[in-house]
Design a protein around this ligand. Sequence first.
Ligand code: ATP
Length: 361
Amino acid sequence: MAREFRIAVFPGDGIGLEITDPCIAVVDAALARVGGLRLAYDTVEAGAGAYQNLGTALPDESVEAARAADAILLAAAGLPDIRYPDGTEIAPQIELRSILDLYAGVRPIRSIPGVPSPLADPRGSELDFVIVRESTEGLFVSHRKGTVRGDDEAEDRLLITRRGTERVVDATLHIAETRKAAGGRGHATCIDKANVFASYAFFRKVFDERAARHPGLTTDHIYIDASTLDFVGRPWRFDVIVTENMFGDILSDLGAGLIGGMGFAPSADIGDKHAVFQPCHGTAPDIAGQGKANPTAMFLSGAMMLEWLAERHDEPRAADAGGLIRAAVDDAFRDGLRTCEIGGQSGVREVTDAVLSRLSQ
Ligand code: ATP
């Protein structure tokens, strides 16, 4: 009998609703190729639609399903026109990070063959680095807790703790070690603003302490402002990056821009017990409902989910399936597939068919 893992699925809103079923089809096709494994899906509500229909953006049953699952697959949630009374957007994905203590936001920035880079240098088409975004504190500790005093001033708080920093730095160093074992450079970069703020100087100090335990890795630091220059000037200098929550939020989009756009950038929010896999993009209301969305980031997030299950449950077949998805995506774009955001015409259906056809070969 096939070994089974339970997956809580959050389709969410906007293009999230369009890319969820295709992702499940791709993941299942990859698993069918390796054999011996199956996923049981439990689809639950969260997001702006849930808030409108049920009065809550993240129902208790959805949280329970997430807790009970072996992994969580989330497409995209929130819509700009449906907001909380305080004006903030509905973002159950941010709430899940704190409820499930998902502290490491892992965002691989990997070029896909054939997808044009905005960088003229040919090395811009061969990027392969990882951003690890601290996902439970930093400036986001103030999420929905900011203060507005009269109409004169507003204040949000930024918090860096030793525990929060140690665990995300350790996760980063683990990724750097793993990549090194697979032939990578074994280099970790801390991105901060330690020259101006005590909180970031503390983040850097803890990074140095933890990095000292990994003599086989090389490390460096760079200020956030200078790092944006390197992102567009020489991003190949990076291997694995760790940074504060807000900086990671911004750098993730910048990184996605380097590899073709939001539709190509997968991510994982990982904790000690749970993990959510979702594309870096939002619900893209400007193109929702038109079939134009690029589901690639969602497929690659599904691949990351399989690889995480493989490591956690010592199940190499799941890692093999994840590798098959990545290879099928690479083949499809290498063969000329072009999505709307890179000047082509292909949307959800065509990208899904192209990837599925390669998985069935
Ligand atoms: P959030 O704040 O929830 O991260 P956002 O406001 O940053 O969301 P996105 O929803 O990520 O915005 O969209 C940013 C831009 O990228 C939009 O123009 C959108 O159409 C485009 N985009 C996002 N995801 C995709 C996708 N999968 N395929 C094609 N275009 C996309």
